[in-house]
Design a protein around this ligand. Sequence first.
Ligand code: NAP
Length: 336
Amino acid sequence: MGRTRVLRNTLSLCLHWRAKCDRIRNVDEKLIIIGTGPAGYTAAIYAARADLKPLVFTGSQIGGQLTTTTEVENFPGFPEGINGPDLMFNMSQQAEKFGARFVFEDVLSITREECSGKFIVTSSAGAYKAASVIICTGAAARYLGLEGERELIGHGLTACATCDGSFYRDVPVCVVGGGDSACEEALFLTRFASKVYLLHRRDTLRASAVMQQRVLHHEKIQPVWNSTIAAYRKDDTGELCGVQLRDTMTGELSELPLKCVFMAIGHVPNSKIAGNLVDVDDAGFITCTDGGVKTKTEGLFAAGDVADPVYRQAISAAGMGCRAALEAERYLTNFS
Ligand code: NAP
């Protein structure tokens, strides 16, 4: 599946929900769900079936990270696999069928009214009040933070091999990182690129043994140990054409010509909107009081990648979304 298909599916999701947005404003809600990855949609399905009529904020990336993937082969129930955007579209329709309502807005903050115990969810378009909130805002790809980096995204710099890999046929590319994601991306890119440099800041990979084996024995993949990117090089048209490398042991600089950099150095959880209503770990992932989905604030729950530094799978996020909805339902039963 190419970028066109991903864009078309994402656009159809946008139009679908945009048409409904104007009908919903400033209502006192029972439950607000923030985010529309597998956790958000699953929470919406369960909450809607429990007649909580959840209001779901889609955010600007409707469907979450899975809308940028191609084939999902490990989500149970699809023996032939299913592409990410289709899976997310199916989930959204399932949630809507049971009465979930969707708002095409980004949430900026969540606060709590002392007197009523209700939450105020402030979005780009207004404020909404709810007795309970589930945060399913996921995580965003981490970049290096180098000068001119943002402008290069989509012009030879990306964090999604499955979205963009096929645009770089028979040219050299590199993947940055030494974890399972970096190895997975590098292996995927061997289908298209003439050569895949695996750029890692140390001389041993963090990835699982099986992934290391596959990567280190692949003829098209060349590890570049103890190296980081010091600067990006771009051509006259603004497209990336190489990188300046820095040896992390010696500090020595060198040039590496290539056509695309695929960043795979982890993710940053989107947890800031909750402020001090939640506790977070060193990396920013929301920590839950019971090792589950309850945050330190009663009535505020978290599910999916924003609260999961370990598994980060579509199915584990969906499971957390289910648990969060069931906990919210219990909480609302006793809420007066
Ligand atoms: P990760 O395991 O945290 O690896 C991130 C990699 O990026 C590390 O090698 C790290 O280097 C490097 N890195 C971090 N910041 C950097 C920086 N500023 N500059 C240069 N390099 C930097 O993240 P991940 O690979 O996304 O995996 C996350 C979780 O998902 C893991 O639990 C993983 O097992 C799982 N996962 C599983 C699969 C699978 O089973 N198929 C696939 C993907 C992910 P250091 O090693 O030096 O810290």
